[in-house]
Design a protein around this ligand. Structure first.
Ligand SMILES: [Mg+2]
Length: 188
């Protein structure tokens, strides 16, 4: 079993400007490649878990999302930090159109995407780390049993004090020293 670094996408990998679905609107967050590279070096799997309510709402299609994902994954390969898998939830419980209107287990704060990754990639969840920018990311991580959950949020407020056990940082780069403290691959 291998631990994973679970990354939310909007607000962690790219700046969240709202329903981003085109490369020209996709701006990488400062430090994301350093964190992804360091995670790979330490032996973590790299897994993206992303709610994509924009698909549910009909703002863009699954095909468009997958095209953007291919483009994003190519960049991570170029940056020596290949992503193992991207899980996405195209549902929304109230605003979804047609088949997408569903309170689906995959949609964070539910833990479905993390649990699916655990099954498919044989991931050690206790040793894993999740980075998200919303309370719902943290809730999903805690519900799945992810050992370390990190909230990146520049502004104070908006977080329930009883949200559970998680770490709070103000900028993504602050996650870098937190990675090494939790997981180390033995040298041969
Ligand atoms: Mg987000």
């Amino acid at each position: 079993m291998q631990a994973a670094l679970f990354l939310d996408r909007d607000g962690v990998i790219n700046v969240d400007s709202g329903y981003v679905h085109r490369p020209e609107d996709f701006h990488y967050v400062d430090g994301i490649f350093d964190i992804a590279r360091e995670a790979r070096r330490l032996g973590y799997r790299l897994v993206v878990i992303t709610n994509q309510a924009g698909i549910a709402r009909g703002y863009y299609t699954e095909k468009q999302f997958l095209g953007l994902t291919d483009w994003m994954c190519e960049r991570f390969v170029k940056e020596q930090a290949p992503i193992d898998r991207v899980y996405f939830s195209p549902y929304h419980p109230t605003e979804g159109v047609g088949i997408y209107k569903l309170d689906h287990i995959s949609r964070k704060p539910h833990p479905g995407m993390i649990l699916q990754a655990q099954r498919e990639l044989d991931i050690d969840l206790r040793g894993s780390i999740l980075i998200g920018d919303k309370h719902s990311d943290i809730q999903a991580g805690l519900a799945a049993g992810v050992g370390t959950n990190i909230l990146v949020q520049a502004e104070t407020g908006g977080i329930s004090p009883d949200a559970g056990d998680y770490l709070r940082i103000r900028a993504l780069r602050e996650a870098l020293p937190l990675l090494a403290g939790h997981h180390q691959r033995c040298s041969q």
